[in-house]
Design a binder for this molecule. Structure first.
Ligand SMILES: Cc1ncc(COP(=O)(O)O)c(C=O)c1O
Length: 424
């Protein structure tokens, strides 16, 4: 009854919004277990924690944020973002390949956004026709569904892996062909490297195959606009943070003709790379060989931001740009980021080893915050682990293991509990 009354105010899309975010409710369950005095393991949240369970904070960033002048805290940022931040966002996206790409005529534009989520929203709002489908892998970050649905977009998927646990290139190609038959625009989101929820990163060869799949599809369907979005939320914790820019550079050197109807865009998040999750900073960085294309995109994205959240946080943009304007503070940030990457590496290596020991068939996992156990009944696995006071997240098709949150000393216990759950 109460729901009926609420529904009289809510539109059809609002009525589809249900319940709590699974990840946050699993985290709340872990916290409740701790409050009751249990020796519980937190494999739930997507934030990087130190081995003592505290939030990992890059001290260089913290220092620059705290010492920012009052005007940089209080004032609005320019609507499209602070120019120094936008310039840095391009470098964070393309790395050392930036100069080379510029010299061979690749143009870029960046728009500041509230986190990587804001960048994904900018893409959803502008790069696909309402009512069309966006191509994702079948295992993807849950909020994608909501960002897309909110922009009137549906979803088509292809499998995360083929039978030999590699990129399912054939399914990607056929999905692109299929969508191009019925849509004037085809956009695909690919969270790489360091995929959430699996920790999977494509190899350089796989990246090259994906790039060719998109450029071939674009060449075969000249009247269709193709957008490949790389969600780089975790890229700075990967072994090849700028692998995509390197692959694109290599492909162009090897003679790839960039089709005019192919756009490549990156959703960048400062949340994780600079451990400022709450300051809400990110950027959508788009590249294309034609300057007039990127100029038009600059306008469209700026207007979209203005009409959605106004300007993004100035403080985050200012402090991050300031850190990287100076080689000493840039190096201090990098040292700390490397320490955090090492923390993740140690946990991942031990987890893979422990999974072997306890016969847990985890998915390939290479970089970043997570690992993944594919399973048709993830809830039963998560419940069984919870009975051992190991808290994980059941998602569509499997269980997400938040290596980012699990202290090194508790990793083996997680693998053991998973092994036991699988044997039940
Ligand atoms: C895959 C993926 N993309 C994008 C984001 C965006 O993060 P934020 O909006 O906090 O920067 C996240 C955060 O968890 C993520 O996991």
């Amino acid at each position: 009854m109460a729901e009926d009354i609420a529904n009289s105010f809510l539109n059809d899309f609002a009525r589809t919004k249900q319940g709590n975010d699974t990840i946050f409710s699993c985290w709340a369950r872990y916290q409740e277990a701790v409050a009751q005095g249990n020796d519980a393991v937190n494999g739930t949240i997507g934030a990087l924690l130190e081995n003592d369970g505290s939030l990992a904070i890059n001290q260089t960033v913290d220092e620059f944020v705290r010492n920012s002048p009052p005007i940089e805290i209080a004032a609005y940022a320019p609507l499209k973002g602070l120019p120094e931040f936008l310039d840095f966002a391009v470098t964070l996206t393309l790395g050392d390949a930036r100069e080379e790409l510029e010299s061979i005529g690749v143009c870029h534009t960046a728009t500041a956004s509230p986190g990587g989520s804001g960048a994904l929203y900018l893409a959803a709002a502008n790069y696909a026709d309402r009512g069309s489908k966006v191509l994702l892998r079948n295992r993807h970050w849950g909020p994608y569904d909501g960002f897309l649905a909110g922009c009137g977009l549906g979803i088509a998927t292809y499998p995360l892996l083929n039978e030999s646990s590699g990129l399912d290139l054939e399914s990607l190609k056929s999905s692109l062909d299929e969508l191009a038959k019925s849509q004037g625009k085809v956009m695909s989101w690919l969270n790489d490297p360091a995929h959430n929820p699996t920790g999977l990163s494509l190899s350089s060869q796989e990246r090259m195959s994906v790039l060719h799949a998109f450029s071939n599809a674009a060449m075969a369907n000249e009247e269709v606009g193709f957008t490949l979005l790389i969600d780089a939320a975790y890229h700075m914790y990967a072994k090849e943070p700028h692998g995509w820019a390197e692959t694109i550079t290599d492909a162009l050197h090897d003679g790839l003709e960039w089709p005019a109807n192919l756009l490549i865009t990156f959703a960048i998040s400062i949340s994780k790379s600079h451990t400022v999750y709450g300051l809400r900073a990110g950027a959508l960085v788009t590249i294309h060989p034609d300057q007039s294309v990127v100029d038009r995109i600059t306008t469209v994205m700026g207007v979209t931001g203005r009409q959605t959240w106004s300007a993004s946080s100035r403080l985050a943009q200012y402090s991050v740009a300031k850190i990287h304007s100076n080689s000493e503070s840039g190096a201090a940030w990098s040292d700390e980021k490397n320490r955090l990457t090492q923390l993740l590496k140690e946990r991942r290596e031990l987890f893979i080893e422990s999974c072997k020991k306890f016969n847990v068939p985890i998915n390939p996992t290479h970089d970043g915050f997570f690992a993944w156990l594919e399973h048709e009944d993830p809830h039963s696995i998560v419940e069984s682990c919870a009975s051992d006071q190991v808290y994980l997240v059941p998602l569509n098709g499997g269980v997400r293991i938040g290596l980012c949150a699990i202290p090194l000393g508790q990793i083996e216990r997680v693998a053991k509990s998973l092994g036991k759950a699988l044997g039940e």
